[in-house]
Design a protein around this ligand. Structure first.
Ligand code: WAQ
Ligand code: MG
Length: 299
């Protein structure tokens, strides 16, 4: 009786969609691991992950994340931070992931060139693309503590604070979305954690109107695929963005002028659960894709 009454009185705008009919509390679970001490003391980043799960999933999730931290190809961490926080139900934002398209390229030099071309399609100056690529590829030993993303001002091409990088946090795929995406990605042999997690991260970043584009490639030595993401073209995977074996990767968010504190708060604190998945498209040669794409200057 009580259940029924509460359902009838819930305003229509708050009615649960797919993946959110379960009202048990959700928890943000975060893991970050480093070698040579904590990140903030200059430790070298090994691994990090973000999950949002119901209480019954806490134990298995913690076990998975601990195992991941301890079996990473980047090395053996001597610092592992695991953090659990219950989320307020009304604070959670529900959203759809970006569509996924793989643009095939021959090698990483061509891949980086394609990033430049896509950023120019968005109306960005060519210096912005060049700066973005040089920031990630020249990530240096003085950036040892950097385990987040750089913010690059689209207008001035300058780095915004915090120079040490911002960590996007409190986002995950709902179970229904994870299985939907897994089924779609499997068709193209792409069903792996790197793709699922990067897609959740990029989709969260693009929910904020100040985000124009994100460029990323992995710091895992043998994961050479990266992406450029934006609202209009979605998540564009590029199979080669660095030579194999290199442990340098990173993220740059290209942003328009905005209230920086509010932007950082959204990226780090706003919980976002993806309860819908946009399509995963078949791979396409980058030049064919570009020829069919209408220029979308958003900046
Ligand atoms: N927030 C901000 N920056 C982050 C975060 C985060 N939560 N996680 C990682 N980074 C930054 C950090 O500087 C890392 O060094 C860098 O990104 C790379 O992180 O479609 O695996 O976790 O096939 O190594 C992309 C392609 C994979 C996936 C990206 O990144 C696909 C990847 P990694
Ligand atoms: Mg990594």
């Amino acid at each position: 009786m009580y259940e029924l009454a509460s359902k009838l009185t819930r305003p229509p705008s708050l009615s649960p969609g797919p993946g959110r009919e379960n009202h048990s509390p959700l928890f943000s679970v975060r893991m970050r691991a480093a070698e040579g001490g904590p990140h903030e003391d200059g430790g070298r980043h090994i691994s990090g992950a973000e999950r949002i799960v119901p209480a019954v999933q806490l134990n298995p999730t913690l076990e998975q994340l601990l195992k991941r931290a301890q079996s990473h190809e980047r090395g053996a961490p001597d610092f592992i931070n695991l953090r659990i926080e219950q989320l307020k139900p009304e604070a959670i934002q529900y959203a759809s992931t970006l569509s996924v398209t793989t643009l095939t390229v021959q090698d990483y030099q061509e891949g980086r060139q394609v990033i430049n071309l896509i950023l120019e399609e968005l109306g960005l100056k060519s210096t912005v693309g060049a700066r973005t690529i040089s920031l990630i590829s020249n990530k240096s030993s003085t950036d040892r503590g950097l385990y987040g993303a750089w913010l690059l001002d689209a207008g001035t091409g300058r780095l915004l604070e915090p120079v040490r990088g911002v960590r996007v946090s409190r986002m995950d795929l709902a179970e229904i979305t994870r299985s939907d995406l897994a089924a779609q990605l499997t068709q193209f042999g792409l069903n792996n954690n790197h793709v699922l997690e990067a897609l959740a991260l990029a989709s969260k970043v693009m929910l904020h109107p100040a985000s124009i584009a994100e460029v990323c490639w992995s710091d895992d030595p043998h994961y050479v695929t990266g992406y450029v993401a934006c609202r209009c073209f979605g998540y564009l995977r590029i199979p080669y963005l660095k030579p194999a074996g290199l442990d340098i990767g990173g993220r740059v968010f290209i942003v328009r002028a905005t209230d920086l504190n509010q932007y950082l708060h959204f990226l780090t604190d706003q919980p976002v659960l993806f309860t819908e998945a946009a399509p995963v498209n078949p791979p396409v040669n980058w030049a064919d894709w570009l020829a069919k794409t209408r220029r979308r200057p958003v900046y």
